[in-house]
Design a protein around this ligand. Structure first.
Ligand code: NDP
Ligand code: 8X3
Length: 252
């Protein structure tokens, strides 16, 4: 049996790139997201390219019952999960606190914070039963430093930062590693989602500099997951060469 990685938000961006990276190293994959068509396409492509097995689970991380039902349905042969990558997440809008939409705030908190909690709590018993495991949470530079008009997205990623620290402490007795990866700007569908389908606004987010790619982040996640058993990267912040912190860019 190959080692198993479970990746949330695998239908796009970092999650899809992580799926490819782990598959290329012989992992079997549990991939999750809401867009089932994309998961099925990814499953078929990675199974035929790498000869590994893929289980796809379609659910919305915001729905606690749906999360529990999907993770409860994992067949016994798939329960020995080695690595959980809590990656599903999003930003919605880039508006000042007084103008931002309350609905956007709810969706970001429900996805980035509650979703991560629901998935972690549901998968944890499977790791604890093995007395080992690795949880990798996708934070952000936005969870390290607040930026103008980042308000609730930043708050949601500060929560991921706090939860990663808390999980690392509380899961110590269970031999479970917890790593937080904090990327700066990376070109995925992130900005298209943030700007609600506006391709111009999304493209403008990467004007004048070379952002990180999804593959850069997948390589980083895999690096953290492939270190010796006794080594745990706690917290890793990664930006492109032309970014420092959340606000400073050397644009050309
Ligand atoms: P993408 O938009 O490309 O991918 C986001 C993924 O999350 C998709 O697979 C999407 O799947 C999934 N997702 C979103 N909402 C839900 C939901 N309610 N239930 C289940 N799955 C969901 O963005 P990225 O790959 O860039 O983002 C991945 C993570 O990285 C996010 O947590 C983001 O905050 C973080 N991040 C991104 C950065 C960037 O600049 N790109 C920088 C720092 C952090 P589907 O829509 O099919 O459900
Ligand atoms: C995504 C990076 O700087 O757009 O988390 O918030 S940023």
């Amino acid at each position: 049996m190959n080692p198993i990685v479970m990746i949330t938000g695998a239908s796009s961006g970092f999650g899809a790139a992580c799926a490819e990276k782990f598959a290329s190293h012989g992992y079997d994959l549990i991939i999750t997201a809401r867009r089932e068509d994309r998961l099925i396409k990814l499953k078929k492509s990675l199974e035929s390219k790498y000869g590994i097995k893929v289980l796809s689970l379609c659910f919305d991380v915001q729905q606690m019952d749906a999360v529990n039902k999907a993770i409860g349905s994992i067949p016994d042969a798939w329960k020995k999960i080695s690595v959980l990558v809590n990656n599903a997440g999003l930003a919605l809008g880039r508006d000042s606190f007084d103008k931002a939409s309350m609905q956007d705030w709810e969706t970001m908190l429900n996805t980035n914070v509650h979703g991560l909690l629901y998935v972690s709590k549901a998968v944890l018993p499977l790791l604890m039963a093995q007395k080992k495991g690795h949880i990798i949470n996708m934070g952000s530079v936005a969870g390290k430093e607040v930026y103008e008009k980042g308000n609730v997205y930043c708050a949601s990623k500060f929560a991921v930062d706090a939860l990663s620290k808390a999980m690392r402490i509380d899961l110590l007795p269970h031999h479970i590693k917890v790593t937080s990866i904090n990327p700066g700007a990376a070109e995925t569908e992130f900005s298209l989602v943030r700007f609600k389908g506006s391709e111009d606004q999304a493209a403008a987010a990467y004007d004048g500099y070379t952002p990180l790619t999804a593959e850069d982040i997948a390589n980083t996640v895999y690096y953290c997951a492939s270190l010796p058993e006794h080594v745990c990267i706690n917290d890793l912040t990664i930006t492109c060469l032309q970014q420092a912190g959340t606000y400073y860019f050397n644009k050309e």
